[in-house]
Design a protein around this ligand. Sequence first.
Ligand SMILES: [Zn+2]
Length: 186
Amino acid sequence: MENRNEKWKRLREEYIKKKEAERAEYPDRFTPQWPYELFGIECGDGWKRLYQPIIDYIDEYNKDKADGERIEIHQIKEKFAELRFYTNFYTQELRNLIDKAEEESRHTCEVCGKHIDDPIVEGHWMYAECQECHDEWKRRRQEAVKRMEDKIRQKGKPKQGIVLGIDDAMKKVVDIVTDKLDLTTE
Ligand SMILES: [Zn+2]
């Protein structure tokens, strides 16, 4: 009997094979498969010195490799205030480089690259940012909200939906849903 892990592995391999066959059949209709192809690098410049050595290693490794033997980047991003670097497969050296970069990212501001002791935790969110960069980001966000509010005010009486606070908006949603439920039971 195949366990869950084995099943997941088999399905994943089947999926990859299917996608590879599609790409081979329609090379000129190739569409991006991985986040890296769509979004590029999904973290701040402060981590550049952490992920750049990994990219350099991959470029060097791929130099004399044939199709299908090259390391492909699937995603470079921030998750839980850590750098994540995903590829199609890992050599031991690549694994070591990624582990080292992940470890260092916990103590590096994602925006400016400065050393930080720990990430900033706010509610459910973690930010691998120094206090200065984090405050700056918050200031800009407040400004953006203010600009939006000013715009709404200038346009005269705003529509109800826009001025509702999040609590009021939630109540409204609940009202609508309850209404719907009431209707269906009538
Ligand atoms: Zn910073």
